[in-house]
Design a binder for this molecule. Structure first.
Ligand code: ZN
Ligand code: ZN
Length: 262
């Protein structure tokens, strides 16, 4: 099985202290052949992510890791963007010269409120606002793959509980259909399997529905924020993809999806 992990944060993200070389070394130790760094990036001044990353330093770190580990690991250059639909033109202009391999799109905030704050105000109705915002994002944003599609549950499950899949099926179908129509993809994000949430983001129901609707582009990512999480539950994510009927997972090169048989 071709092992790949397409979601990593290092000290170029505001919420990680991981050193890029350590991430690469751990990936190699775990038998992973291809990784993609996806540091947080936001052009919204009100986002906690804004202003942290220095893209020149980030790309130069990637380049030196690519040279250092060239015979052992394929290293891709990506970003994870907060709410890329809100400043779409500005993002497009910013990304054009960067030659990125991969762009993850995320909803981490709604109306400049964090998901946690949204829940405190709205309780379970916060899920509705969240999925609505994801729909807005997938309708127009210039991204490749939607990160952790049902992320709201990470903040909700302990205090407010999980969402009921059947209750949100209509909006989820609309989101996934739009993703397929625009030739975007989704990821199986394994970070929830490392916590008491104990499930992937999104949950298997959504991955199955994506397949039923004709979805093909699927990536797998640990969302590692420390080197020891690199590759965690990736085998399980690939098994889940198979169980849902997928025969390929994808990597990205210069924003072009490349299939790998599973
Ligand atoms: Zn994220
Ligand atoms: Zn992430």
């Amino acid at each position: 099985m071709y092992m790949l992990d397409f979601h990593h944060h290092t000290n170029h993200s505001f919420d990680s202290k991981a050193v890029m070389e350590d991430v690469c070394k751990n990936a190699i130790t775990k038998g992973i052949k291809e990784i993609c760094f996806t540091e947080h990036f936001s052009l919204n001044f009100q986002s906690p992510t804004n202003g942290h990353i220095n893209l020149t330093n980030y790309f130069s770190d990637i380049k030196s890791c690519q040279e250092k580990f060239q015979d052992q690991l394929l290293i891709r250059k990506g970003l994870e963007i907060c709410e890329p639909h809100l400043l779409k033109d500005l993002y497009c202009k910013t990304f054009e010269p960067l030659e990125l391999d991969f762009i993850l799109g995320s909803v981490h905030n709604i109306n400049n409120r964090t998901l946690r704050e949204t829940l405190e105000k709205k309780q379970l109705a916060g899920y509705k606002d969240y999925f609505q915002e994801v729909y807005e994002m997938v309708s127009i944003a210039d991204i490749d793959v939607v990160a952790h599609l049902d992320l709201m549950k990470r903040y909700a499950y302990e205090e407010f509980g999980l969402y009921d899949f059947t209750e949100y099926r209509e909006i989820l179908e609309a989101i996934l259909s739009k993703i397929i129509e625009r030739n975007l993809g989704i990821e199986i994000n394994t970070s929830g399997l490392r916590t008491s949430l104990n499930e992937s983001l999104p949950s298997i129901n959504i991955v199955k529905l994506y397949k039923e609707l004709g979805g093909e582009i699927l990536t797998v990512g640990s969302d590692s924020h420390s080197p020891d999480s690199v590759g965690s539950f990736i085998k399980e994510a690939i098994e889940m993809a198979k169980e849902c009927g997928f025969t390929y997972v994808f990597s990205f090169d210069k924003r072009k999806a490349i299939p790998h048989k599973i």
